[in-house]
Ligand binder design. Structure first.
Ligand code: GSH
Length: 202
């Protein structure tokens, strides 16, 4: 398998999942501004949407983070990164993945990081939308170690988005439950390895 990624972007969650699962993969850095790979080739030939993550599998290219994360988790059921398909816990995992994707990643950070976003939009998503999401996540994680009963790919994804708080001017320390959760997830060996490797590429 091959993961197409951009350092510390949402594709970090898939690298974490691969490491947690103990699965071998090749990693290919995408320059998102030019849609080019390191060898100059056109990333749009891999993923016409031009976004990461994309996972090249024996069956073809899979995109969309929540789908990619569940695919990786299901390849290594012994790692326990996703509850069994069809279970109530799996539905809860999907609920969290969708929340992180639609409400946190895209509604807030995609707009906050987009250079084309007007300053008012960036201020609105940071000051009005993000606190609502962080209140919800804090209430759920208060007294819990992970989003579900054990570490799952949803934690890999939430951790990845929490890394983006500081770059948009939000101090995670003001959200103590989330700050403690972030530190806890960051301390996992697979997470620390994935984060350090991508930090070095920035
Ligand atoms: N719907 C996609 C969105 C992925 C996404 O927004 N990726 C960002 C990096 S975090 C990206 O590739 N941005 C470049 C672009 O949108 O052109 C998913 O859930 O995987």
């Amino acid at each position: 398998m091959d993961l197409y990624f951009a350092p510390l972007s949402c594709s970090l969650a898939t690298r974490i999942a691969l490491y947690e699962a103990g699965l071998a993969a090749g990693f290919h850095q995408v320059t998102l501004s030019t849609k080019r790979l390191a060898d100059g080739s056109d990333y749009l030939a891999i993923n016409p949407k031009g976004q990461v993550p994309a996972l090249l599998t024996p069956a073809g290219v899979l995109t969309e983070g929540p789908a990619v994360l569940q695919y990786v988790a299901d390849l290594a059921p012994q790692a326990g990164l996703a509850p069994p398909a069809g279970s109530w816990a799996r539905a809860q995992l999907q609920q969290w993945l969708n929340y992180i994707s639609s409400e946190v990643h895209k509604a807030v950070f995609y707009m906050a990081f987009n250079p084309a976003s007007p300053a008012e939009v960036r201020a609105f998503v940071r000051d009005a939308l993000l606190p609502v999401r962080y209140r919800h996540l804090s209430a759920h994680l208060d007294g819990r170690e992970f989003l579900l009963d054990g570490f799952s790919v949803a934690d890999a994804y939430l951790f990845t988005t929490l890394n983006w708080a500081a770059p948009v001017g939000v101090a995670l320390a003001e959200w103590p439950v989330l700050a403690a959760y972030h530190a806890r997830i960051a301390a996992r060996p697979a997470v620390a390895r994935a984060f350090a490797e991508e930090l070095a590429l920035r």
